[in-house]
Design a binder for this molecule. Structure first.
Ligand SMILES: [Zn+2]
Length: 383
């Protein structure tokens, strides 16, 4: 590890520490600490804080991480909404806005709408333009990570093959990271949970739509045509409900939070969970039927991929307690467990619910944008 990264890490670890303490604690040359910290202050990633207590002579000054080293815009393009959020470099949310996507939208209108949403969120956040460093976009659908081209998504039939990365770079003059939405979430979840990149880890995102992403043998598995992870379009009934992808019986048509709410005739998933907990028989039946299918598919995925961890996130994670309770009542030996010690002992997959309200589909693209900006500043963060 180079000295810049080392000193930065130590400043983060201690929250605030003086140059002389750093030099003394880690046997570093005072002049090197002074030079490296001067460069990091110039780059805006650390700042000088309060004056430290002194035992005599000149009073030393504390160094702190700059909580607003830069700002990023995160965008989530889901099935029917575009959401944009401004985050600080420490991933603190500043401001967000959202707009609906018309299902009949074409390439030009889609790009215009996206650009105007990003402009709005930047302007309304009151953050000066020059403080923005990057834009991260998470797209449901197919993204070509090599070219930055958005290939399309089944529910928007007139949107395909947009050179989105270049278009946004040209428009905003900022670094742009484009990623499949669930792959972005997977990266963020692993970063924040400290899961090493060589642990085989998966994410299943159950929200308005359903998707998944898998980190296998140290890399995100993308498939032959960048189409891997379409968990929501695993068919559970070939004569089942019609799906917008053109097939029948897709899991999403039964188990997405949007469809669960529709079937239960409730307005929100919070209401759905409340109705379940207060004993609404119809809601219980709807949930239990879906939970049974989800459990069975998850178990098959665990058998097939021999994962170390599988993270369930999205709005569905609000139902973590009732899902766990339902799973516990089934008379079946699962290939996974919710208990990490048990997984270690039995070499089985640990299922983790990520029910932090902040960790939605918008968080991942934000982390990717911040990580990329830090990399350009010579610092590894969110890895
Ligand atoms: Zn489908």
């Amino acid at each position: 590890m180079d000295l810049r990264q080392f000193i930065y890490n130590k400043i983060r670890e201690y929250n605030r520490i003086s140059r002389s303490e750093l030099a003394k604690k880690y046997k570093l040359r005072q002049a090197s600490v002074t030079e490296v910290s001067r460069e990091m202050i110039r780059d805006g990633i650390i700042v000088e804080g309060d004056v430290a207590a002194s035992t005599g002579g000149r009073k030393p000054v504390f160094l702190e991480v700059n909580g607003e080293a830069f700002f990023v815009v995160a965008v989530e393009v889901s099935k029917s909404f575009m959401t944009a959020k401004v985050y600080t470099s420490e991933m603190k949310s500043v401001y967000s806005c959202q707009c609906e996507i018309d299902a009949a939208i074409d390439n030009d209108s889609f790009s215009r709408q996206l650009i105007s949403l990003i402009n709005d969120v930047m302007y309304d956040s009151d953050v000066p333009r020059q403080n923005f460093a990057a834009i991260g976009v998470g797209m449901s659908g197919t993204v070509d990570n090599d070219t930055g081209i958005f290939k399309g998504v089944p529910n928007l039939q007139n949107v395909y093959n947009i050179d989105l990365k270049r278009e946004l770079e040209k428009n905003f003059g900022l670094l742009v990271v484009l990623e499949h939405d669930v792959a972005a979430i997977l990266t963020a979840e692993c970063a924040f949970r400290g899961i090493p990149s060589n642990d085989n880890t998966g994410v299943i995102f159950i929200d308005e739509g359903i998707g998944s992403a898998f980190n296998l043998n140290g890399a995100i598995y993308r498939g032959s045509y960048n189409g891997a992870g379409e968990f929501g379009h695993v068919s559970i009934d070939h004569d089942g409900r019609e799906c917008y992808c053109g097939r029948k019986g897709c899991l999403e048509q039964y188990a997405s939070t949007a469809n669960l709410c529709k079937d239960a005739k409730v307005k929100s998933f919070d209401e759905f969970v409340n109705e379940y907990s207060s004993g609404n028989k119809q809601v219980i039946e709807i949930f239990d039927n879906s939970a049974k299918v989800i459990l069975s598919i998850i178990d098959n995925v665990c058998s097939l991929l021999d994962l170390k961890k599988l993270i369930i996130c999205g709005e569905f994670a609000k139902a973590d307690d009732i899902f766990r309770e339902f799973a516990g009542k089934q008379d079946f030996k699962y290939r996974f467990s919710f208990n990490s010690a048990e997984c270690e002992a039995k070499n089985s997959t640990e299922i983790i619910f990520s029910n932090d309200a902040e960790r939605s589909g918008i968080y991942g693209p934000g982390v990717l944008a911040a990580r990329e900006t830090f990399t350009q500043l010579g610092i590894e963060r969110y890895v």
